[in-house]
Design a protein. Structure first.
Length: 322
């Protein structure tokens, strides 16, 4: 049974006593409920893989993706589940779909180590990211149970973290197919170990169907029309909002403007074309919805840190090795 946030007043108490100065972000002072976060897909992946410095400036949020977080360097605070949590190097947690959370700066660590930014691995995936019936397979029953338990939030004990730690640390060096295989192996190990502590006493999730329906409508329209020109006026009408209201709404939900999100979707598609077809760079540019090769190249490198030519060459070499 999912517990709605309005039935859990403890979270409001926690949020009200947070030291807002440490967040260095005025919008937190107005935060009274989590915002829906649209997780943009990554090129050539069925899940989102982030190997990076943690963003400690986001607002309290939720999303339909399950989230696995491995804390590699530094210390952070967090509002996660029902309480105020503390994480440090070696901690590993998994949060179920629509589980509100936010990572925050640990003031003491930041003061003692001003040059060190908390760093880690974040993996996000929907429960059906490999198909609606994938987890129904008998071999994956343990993972299915683990994901159901993650609706309470799980913090894995040291014994389990030791078993999967090297795999987590090495994932960023793997090819995309091997990342997926590694992820399934890690989830299987964690599920079989059964060594974790719950972060909340009951299933915990945020029910905001209206907000999700609006974001779903926006997302669906973009994915159906991203190869065409999409104006702010056009997409605002899909959301039943004025252009100004839509821009503000979309930015607060995704922490990026709409044009950036649209470009990321187009680049993701371009990566698939470069990986799986014989299209040349110019053909990929126009097939992906861009109308200028120079702009496409700039946006591609901004998103992937590679030029289209470098990306295509890398994928071809990877395919040859496999």
């Amino acid at each position: 049974m999912m517990v709605g946030l309005k039935k859990l007043p403890v979270i409001w108490t926690i949020l009200s006593i947070l030291d807002m100065r440490c967040l260095n972000n005025e919008k937190y002072s107005r935060m009274n409920e989590p915002s829906f976060r649209l997780i943009a897909p990554q090129a050539n992946r069925s899940f989102v893989f982030k190997w990076e410095v943690f963003d400690l400036t986001t607002r309290w949020h939720y999303h339909p993706e399950v989230e696995l977080i491995y804390f590699i360097e530094g210390k952070t605070n967090a509002v996660i589940g029902e309480g105020f949590q503390y994480f440090e190097e070696g901690d590993l947690v998994i949060l179920g779909a629509n589980f509100p959370h936010v990572l925050q700066e640990n003031k003491e660590f930041a003061r003692q180590h001003p040059a060190c930014k908390p760093f880690g691995l974040i993996i996000q995936f929907t429960e059906n990211f490999l198909g609606s019936e994938f987890l129904q397979k008998p071999e994956l029953k343990a993972i299915e149970i683990l994901l159901k338990k993650s609706h309470r939030g799980l913090r894995f004990r040291k014994s389990s973290v030791i078993r999967v730690g090297n795999d987590l640390l090495n994932m960023h060096q793997l090819s995309e197919p091997r990342k997926l295989i590694s992820l399934l192996g890690i989830l299987t190990t964690l599920a079989e170990d059964n060594a974790y502590d719950y972060l909340t006493p009951k299933d915990y999730g945020y029910d905001s169907s209206h907000d999700e329906e609006r974001m779903h409508a926006i997302n669906q329209y973009v994915y159906e029309h991203f190869t065409e020109h999409i104006s702010i006026k056009e997409i605002a009408a899909i959301a039943n909002m004025t252009e100004t209201s839509f821009c503000r709404y979309f930015k607060t939900r995704t922490l990026k403007n709409f044009s950036r999100f649209l470009n990321e979707v187009r680049i993701s598609y371009a990566c698939k074309l470069l990986s799986n077809t014989n299209y040349n760079i110019t053909e990929v540019c126009f097939e992906s919805g861009f109308n200028a090769l120079s702009y496409f190249t700039r946006q591609f490198k901004k998103t992937t840190r590679l030029t289209p030519q470098e990306f295509q060459r890398m994928k071809r070499e990877s395919s040859t090795r496999l």
